[in-house]
Design a binder for this molecule. Structure first.
Ligand SMILES: [Zn+2]
Length: 1090
């Protein structure tokens, strides 16, 4: 609990990186905050103003000319212009997928008939990935014979003989296509027409618009899932064979585009693989479950309904879940291949390891993937190509990301009064893409090609290769990420900023007091105030603090150090908020410690017996804004709030919760704010650099969609603790609060993304405000926030030069220094689609697509948004199939190697609570999750959509057990599993879990004695217990929010919540299983191709 109580540690970055010995390149410190470690302010060795060695003093170079105007444009006060026009959805007309009925029939686990027919030898799935196109239907000639040539790139070919869904006669098999078993009728009938009556009768849980015919993918009652029993016997989980047959690294696979003929044997045989391609490899992937024998699969009541179409049940083939692309396999393969070597950023267009892989990054001229991840590292040269492929071109940028301890934080570069060197035309900052010419006297901009004079103080000679001889001594010439000290030109009103302030607003209405929240906040603040952010760990924080309590009136407190007791000032006229005191409101913690402690002791007592239930909210923000204005500084408001603000005041809200609107065309209104009041207030907040973090403790609807407007527009965060109970939720709340108060952040920030000629940043996603089309304004920007940027072509790109982007964030540090953090990124450009498909990052694509969709539900019916996403992904995959894959039967689903998980992840997005809510999810929760996703990085969105499910088998050694796929059929009744969603942790206990296991974890051998209400595990003195608690701690430390632990006993009520996250299964709210969705995608792709 006392994680933050240790004294601030010395910066681990005391030693400059070799090559940057100059004092002015002292590394920016800032410890890697372990979970909630103190923020070790940076720059212990930072010496402002020291000129670079060997240069005459900058004083003689008043190079305003260089660092001129655009700067002030950047930091100019807000122009509340028209909102950024939304670009049209990237996809054309949505297609209803009415033949989706299949998905309703099959539930995740294998059907009974399938399991009966399931034979003994399940070929190791992973073998398939090691080669090119895989043919998966039954016994096949070995690969080389079949195709004779290697397809142009790694492909995952899925022979889905059971998936002949399309219209028209069943075509005869092409090469590699195995005809379906003789008894197999055209399945199209089964899918399109033959939804069994038992399903179609089931009423959808969500009311649809009466004008719409019930599309078959509408949520349906779960006919099967409720009664499912668990598979008998041990599950396949960790024991699943994942031989070392990982695909060769992508880079090894750079084949020329087009239908290049490459003998398959050119590929090095993979470890664990026999030479050649044993026949059983074919047929493993996507093999219709049939000819295998001996697999005693689980039996699921209700499954007999599947196949009720014209096809005789035994012949009804469905895909073997083990034969379709497995997220676990891909994650493990990437780990095996990419975690041992550091990822160096020097090679342009290199796709980084997956976010699930632990790897070290060495900055060699491009920003680390911890700062920037791209959807595509090989951008199409033309807009036509981009449009054809439908692959989104975007970057997910986390400008202030915290780095692991073994990586160097961006260095601070100080060019003194002259400020950073910039291109005269486009104002890009000095970076490795600037080409020095004419003996070093001028440089040509990599972004706009303009030639700019090198100011004399920055001149240096070039070596024989044209490189400056000091290239490796200067971060801005050799690294992807660094910071400049900004001059006064970069400050608001040309005035150096004041240190920021934190103001705490505590709701003291009846509910807030009764839940225990008020007491907990006041107790915690007494210690937490010693851990306010600071840059120099040795020094005190310069952040000033202030305190307000409120219900329907506001109470300001004078905590001036000279007072013996705090003084309260009540403002009961909240219609026109003003600050009743200036002196003594914002104070230094150390100076006023006694008065502050006294206040925090008194607040819970003062309001202990309150009867006031009503609250205001608008005036609270206004008061904070006025306080920061009066102090002429930026800062952050921490608002602890409990209820819908219904008291008479500006920003008063009414309860508009109406679940009947869900699923209708009016659903979007539920995500829009009730009024424009909070949007207008946000603009004022952003102009002042007033960031708002909102901690909600609701017992009922509070309208998160409206209350969240200010936090979301100011770079703040919303935390939500529904039905908060001090006993069980205290730990989660306190850990969130501690982290939130201490985390490294910048204030009053403006971000601009510059690009080289040919592409342009056109759209932005995240928590910020924009008053024009280029500048992202963030009242606050913390280390967890990402800004996602979409790019569009405005001209042709060149394969020779590639495409460049430079993200510059101007911000005020927590010590009040104005800085510019610069991240540079170069990617390749391609004229062949195959190159695009070879260098994509599916996790980032999903991050982008989901943000796009979550934003679009503000303006578009949710169903349209979902259809649009499916259509876009079908187009992406169809374009690949048409242009990059080798010719093969239409019955084959062929997926690009690095996008083979696109269908499974897309399905998870479609099934998410925001886009396809279950009956039990509140509108507030949906609004909350919608806002939360908008600033998630790729690692967070990955686990949010595809949680991590760990079987707790052997926990010896330092490594984690291998995860299993998120499906009920992977759970063993005899096991215990840990599920991490990024927001929650679940410990699922099978009804037949071994006694020893239970004793080790819970201290009791009896299942029935386990208390499902525990939120932390008992600290038992055995290695298993210790290791499990270590794992839980380490998971928590990796996430920006504390994950509360929930123990779920099999067949308890709470299991429904847990099952909700088993995202490969059909969901209670009607979301398709992975298998069914893959079939559906296949059909969509075929339609596009026909
Ligand atoms: Zn330029």
């Amino acid at each position: 609990m006392n994680v933050n109580q240790q004294p601030p540690m010395a910066s681990p970055y005391g030693q400059p990186q070799p090559g940057y010995g100059q004092p002015n390149y002292a590394p920016l410190g800032g410890g890697y905050p372990g979970p909630y470690g103190p923020y070790n302010g940076p720059a212990t060795a930072y010496q402002p103003g020291a000129p670079p060695q060997g240069y005459c003093t900058y004083a003689s170079f008043p190079s305003k000319a260089v660092a001129a105007n655009p700067v002030s444009a950047l930091s100019s006060p807000l122009d509340l212009g028209p909102p950024l026009p939304l670009s049209p959805p990237p996809v054309s007309t949505p297609q209803a997928y009415s033949q989706y009925a299949q998905g309703d029939i099959q539930n995740g686990p294998p059907s009974m008939d399938h399991s009966m027919a399931q034979p003994a030898h399940r070929p190791p799935v992973s073998q398939l990935y090691s080669q090119g196109a895989m043919n998966l239907s039954g016994p096949q000639p070995s690969y080389p014979q079949q195709y004779g040539v290697q397809p142009p790139m790694q492909q995952v070919t899925n022979q889905m003989s059971g998936m002949q869904i399309g219209s028209g006669p069943l075509t005869s098999a092409g090469p590699g296509y195995a005809p379906p078993p003789s008894s197999q009728p055209p399945i199209s009938a089964a899918y399109s027409a033959a939804a069994p009556p038992s399903y179609t009768q089931a009423p959808p849980p969500v009311s649809g618009s009466p004008s719409q015919p019930p599309p078959s993918h509408q949520p349906r009652a779960p006919a099967v899932s409720q009664q499912q029993s668990f598979p008998p016997g041990p599950p396949p989980p960790a024991q699943q064979p994942f031989p070392n047959s990982a695909p060769p690294p992508q880079q090894a696979n750079h084949l020329p585009p087009g239908p290049i003929q490459q003998p398959p044997m050119q590929q090095p045989p993979q470890p664990g693989m026999q030479g050649g391609y044993p026949p059983q490899q074919n047929g493993a992937f996507g093999q219709p479950v049939g000819p295998q024998t001996g697999y005693a699969g689980p039996q699921y009541p209700g499954q007999q309904n599947y196949g009720a179409g014209p096809a005789p049940a035994p012949a009804q083939k469905r895909l073997d879940p083990d034969s379709i692309p497995s997220p676990i396999q891909v994650i493990e393969d990437d780990r095996a291949n990419k975690s041992s070597e550091p990822f160096t950023t020097g090679v342009k267009g290199q796709t980084p390891p997956l976010v699930t892989t632990n790897f070290q990054v060495k900055d060699q001229g491009n920003a680390s993937p911890r700062f920037i991840r791209c959807t595509a590292y090989n951008m199409p040269c033309t807009a036509d190509m981009a449009k054809q492929s439908q692959v989104p071109l975007a970057a997910v940028i986390k400008p202030l990301a915290v780095l692991p301890p073994d990586e160097t934080l961006p260095y601070i570069v100080d060019h003194g009064e002259a400020g950073p060197i910039r291109c005269n035309r486009c104002k890009a900052y000095m970076c490795p893409y600037m080409q020095f010419i004419e003996g070093g006297r001028r440089f040509q901009c990599g972004f706009c090609s303009c030639v700019t004079e090198v100011p004399p103080h920055y001149f240096q000679h070039l070596d024989h290769t044209g490189k400056r001889v000091d290239c490796y001594d200067r971060p801005e010439l050799s690294l992807g990420s660094y910071e400049f000290v900004a001059t006064v030109d970069y400050c608001k009103n040309n005035k150096l900023p004041q240190p920021p302030a934190f103001v705490f607003f505590i709701d003291v209405s009846y509910n807030a007091v009764k839940s225990g929240m008020v007491n907990i906040v006041c107790q915690e603040l007494k210690t937490l105030l010693d851990y306010l952010p600071r840059e120099n760990p040795e020094a005190d924080s310069v952040v000033r603090v202030g305190f307000v309590t409120y219900n329907k009136v506001l109470h300001f407190y004078n905590v001036k150090s000279s007072l013996a007791q705090p003084q309260m000032m009540v403002v009961s006229d909240v219609s026109d908020m003003f600050l009743p005191l200036l002196d003594g409101f914002l104070v230094n913690v150390n100076d006023s410690r006694m008065v502050i402690e006294s206040l925090l002791d008194q607040i819970p007592e003062m309001f202990e017996d309150t009867r006031e239930t009503e609250t205001v909210f608008g005036p609270v923000i206004q008061a904070g804004l006025e306080a920061l204005k009066a102090a002429d500084c930026a800062g952050k408001l921490f608002v602890f709030h409990s209820s819908l603000p219904i008291a008479e005041a500006p920003g008063k809200l009414k309860n508009r919760e109406d679940k009947k609107l869900v699923g209708t065309d009016k659903e979007k209104s539920l995500f829009q704010p009730q009024s424009g009041f909070y949007s207008n207030l946000s603009k004022e907040c952003v102009a002042q650099g007033c960031c708002v973090d909102l901690f909600l403790f609701p017992n009922q609807y509070v309208d998160v969609a409206t209350l969240g407007v200010v936090p979301v527009s100011t770079g703040g965060s919303v935390y939500k603790y529904t039905y908060f109970q001090a006993e069980t939720d205290r730990e989660q709340f306190l850990n969130d609060l501690r982290r939130d108060v201490q985390k490294p952040m910048g204030f009053d920030a403006v971000m601009r993304v510059r690009t080289s000629t040919g592409i342009r940043a056109t759209d932005f996603f995240g928590s910020f405000f924009m008053s024009n089309t280029t500048d992202v304004e963030l009242a606050g920007l913390d280390c967890d926030k990402t800004v996602t940027v979409e790019f569009r072509h405005d001209d042709k790109l060149s394969e020779d030069t590639g495409a460049l982007m430079q993200c510059a964030v101007l911000y005020t540090s927590c010590s009040g220094q104005r800085r510019l953090r610069v991240h540079n990124m170069a990617v390749n450009c391609c004229s062949q689609l195959a190159d695009l498909y070879r260098n994509c990052e599916t996790d980032t694509i999903i991050n982008f697509i989901s943000k796009y969709a979550y934003r679009n539900i503000l303006n578009t019916p949710t169903k349209t948004v979902r259809d649009t996403m499916v259509n876009q992904c079908a187009q992406i995959l169809a374009c690949y199939r048409k242009n990059c894959a080798s010719p093969s039967s239409a019955g084959q689903l062929i997926l690009p190697e690095c996008m083979k998980l696109l269908p499974v992840y897309l399905n998870c997005v479609l099934k998410s609570d925001v886009l396809q809510p279950g009956a039990d999810i509140s509108l507030d929760d949906r609004a909350y999750l919608r806002q939360l996703l908008s600033c998630m990085d790729v690692s967070e969105s990955h686990i949010f959509f595809y949680p991590r499910l760990l079987p707790l088998v052997k926990l010896d050694g330092g490594s984690l057990p291998m995860a299993v796929r998120n499906s009920e059929e992977r759970l063993s009744k005899g096991g215990v599993y840990l599920l991490e969603t990024g927001l929650h942790l679940f410990l699922w206990v099978g009804a037949n879990a071994q006694q020893e296991l239970l004793s080790n974890i819970f201290g009791t051998p009896t299942f029935s004695q386990i208390d499902p209400n525990m939120t932390s595990l008992p600290e038992l003195d055995n290695p298993f217990s210790q290791r499990l608690r270590e794992i839980i701690d380490s998971f928590r430390s990796q996430r920006s929010r504390y994950m509360k632990l929930m123990v779920v006993k099999q067949e308890d009520k709470a299991e429904l919540i847990f099952k909700h996250y088993l995202c490969e299964d059909k969901s209670v709210s009607g979301g398709a299983s992975y298998v069914d969705f893959l079939c559906h995608m296949h059909k969509e792709i075929r339609q596009l191709l026909s």
